[in-house]
Design a protein around this ligand. Sequence first.
Ligand SMILES: *Cc1c(COP(=O)(O)O)cnc(C)c1O
Length: 428
Amino acid sequence: MMTEVKNGVLYIDGVSVPEIAKQFGTPCYIMSEDTVRKNCRKYMDAAEKYYGKNALPLYASKAFSCVDIYKTVASEGFGADVVSGGELYTALKAGFDPKKIYFHGNAKTADEIKFALESGVGRIVADNIEELDRIDGIAKELNVKADISFRIKPGVEAHTHNFVKTGQIDSKFGFALENGEAFRAVKSAAEKKNINIAGVHCHIGSQIFDIAPFVLAAKIMLGFIAKVKNELSIEIKELNLGGGFGIRYVEGDNPEPYEDYMQKIADTVKSESEALGITVPFILVEPGRSIVAEAGITAYTVMSVKTIEKIRTYVAIDGGMTDNPRYALYGSKYEACIANKAGDPCDFTATIAGRCCESGDLIGENMKIQKPEAGDILTVFSTGAYNYSMASNYNRVPRPPVIMIKNGEPKIIVKRETYEDIIKNDTI
Ligand SMILES: *Cc1c(COP(=O)(O)O)cnc(C)c1O
């Protein structure tokens, strides 16, 4: 997003952050549509440049799902990856072309599979043997053929946080390659009447800065496609390489430009396909975080500044783990700033504490911000991904609104929850 400091105040996309906070209240998520669109275009351009349109980027919508964002990415030509009936429902409500929806998940329920097939989604990405049977059975009942892809663990370790490392064999996601499980799954699917084998898929982790693990995963997956062709005479036409491209949260995070990822992966796909004697498959990539993370910030109001001599200073805000659980979950790091004092030196060391009844409810420790006082508007950067989508109502805290800046105008795309919303499902 475009950030600048004018008269000591933080602006994003030309709009004053303290003004937005005043108008819409805090906490609130503020996002830049311009940034989302620019990020989408990098992937669309790469798909065209390196694959001659024989590729489609999918927005991994678990990063940030609401009606408006599906409309935005659809208008940029993206498909979408959904992982639940709820995400699918939201995408369909946004008018998303079902053919461009890929349905993921390691434990899809029968109801979700039925919903996906009835909606005519492009692909169901099968995760396990029981699910293959389930998809085949439900497709038979509905008298349709399910186009499926296989979630495969290529055995690649991505250099990232343990909890988001999913390419290795010890992962709950997908079929393993090393022990022949993936091969047996394809063989068994080929015998099922209501299943059409469309593709294979891998996703090796998230917030990955290196290109090497992606290149390695692509090679391994192409090798698998060749093996299936040679030994089963089945041509797998589609290769989905997942998401996981890193973003900048704090200084020192240096992701490669996405164009470079795309180029190096495309080079590998082409040379490796040729070497293996297979047709270059249709390529899908699934960026989530790298589409929305840096397009969003969160604005809070400082409630108190509590200095414990020789230990630390807690700066308490009116939000926390309910709107951003990532520090509590993974120890994730963020940068922050006081939006109404953005021109002041950033020389105050603060532990930013949330409002929940949990000592672990922090946004971060030892963060450098301007000297805080109650009433200040504290802004945390790069919160566009895995914040709103992971928000909860712990302590019955209503979820904040999402304000999207569109053409220089702040618009509410998700309303603030009310106390009425909080008790909506309680029987009284
Ligand atoms: C989470 C996920 C993604 C997106 O990952 P990012 O790190 O947000 O880009 C893509 N594909 C699958 C299958 C995922 O689970």
